[in-house]
Design a protein around this ligand. Structure first.
Ligand code: SAH
Length: 248
């Protein structure tokens, strides 16, 4: 079981697979006022940076589930490196339908809401693991500028304009689901650069090491086209944030 190989190639050097920076991840951890020993569940935990740094900085106990074998291995190595391997556990698996045995104080899905079939379904899934008074974290894109055409949405790698909302509408959608938005940390364009531009050097180096790979032609084309596409579309039109929610 694994995610499409292209992501394991282009994001192999990423610690954070989203436009949030290490500084903003730390801001989020502080904003949530995490208590030592609090349990945190992370569906689609990637390379484990959130759980590992929050374990180090706030003493949380974490479980992360991710479908990428490579990212799961990187998460375990990161836990060793930060000296928190006894506090965090990373499971290589499909997180769809995953409910934790023990209820958690924070249940998160950061940039992987397809796991629950969209934002609403993911909130419903996370709520099943949440203790009373707990917080759900959703990391999700929104339109920073409304795309003038469906073409523009596609250039942002959305299927259609309707994939995402504008920020006020996204916040209103949480309200309609019966949740208070109690905190949020938004990415900015520098954060997008860290996520997207970091893929370019990774692709360039991978191409030099793997010239005969079956994906070499695709990666070559991507490396050539991505900087221009990203600057014209994603960087201008897409916002991204982590939203902290509590059921009313
Ligand atoms: N939350 C992490 C990773 C976000 S990228 C971070 O912010 O760094 C999306 C992640 O979802 C990838 O790590 C990918 O491997 C994982 N993923 C995709 N489908 C999944 C599934 N069905 N179950 C678990 N993880 C999944």
């Amino acid at each position: 079981m694994d995610i499409p190989r292209i992501f394991n190639i282009t994001e192999s050097a990423h610690r954070i697979h989203n436009p949030i920076t290490p500084e903003k991840l730390a801001t989020l951890g502080a904003a949530l006022r995490l208590e030592s020993g609090a349990r945190v569940l992370d569906l689609g935990s990637g390379s484990g940076e959130m759980l590992c740094t929050w374990a180090r900085d706030h003493g949380i106990i974490g479980v992360g589930i991710d479908m990428s074998q490579l990212f799961s291995e990187q998460a375990k190595r990161r836990a060793e490196e930060l000296g928190v391997a006894a506090q965090v556990k990373f499971i290589h698996d499909d997180a769809a339908g995953y409910v934790s045995d023990e209820k958690v104080s924070v249940a998160a899905c950061i940039g992987a809401t397809w796991i629950g079939g969209g934002v609403a379904g993911t909130i419903e899934l996370l709520a099943r693991s949440l203790c009373a008074g707990g917080i759900i974290l959703i990391g999700e894109p929104y339109w920073r500028q409304f795309p003038p055409t469906e073409e523009v949405a596609k250039e942002c790698h959305a299927n259609s304009i309707s994939d995402f909302l504008m920020l006020p509408e996204l916040l209103a959608s949480f309200d309609r689901l019966g949740y208070d938005v109690v905190e949020m940390v938004l990415a900015d364009q520098d954060g997008w650069d860290r996520y997207e531009a970091a893929k370019w050097l990774t692709m360039r180096r991978w191409l030099e090491a793997n010239p005969d790979d079956e994906l070499a032609k695709d990666i070559r084309a991507k490396l050539t086209s991505e900087p221009g596409r990203y600057a014209a579309y994603t960087r201008e039109y897409l916002g991204w944030g982590v939203f902290a929610l509590m059921p009313r």
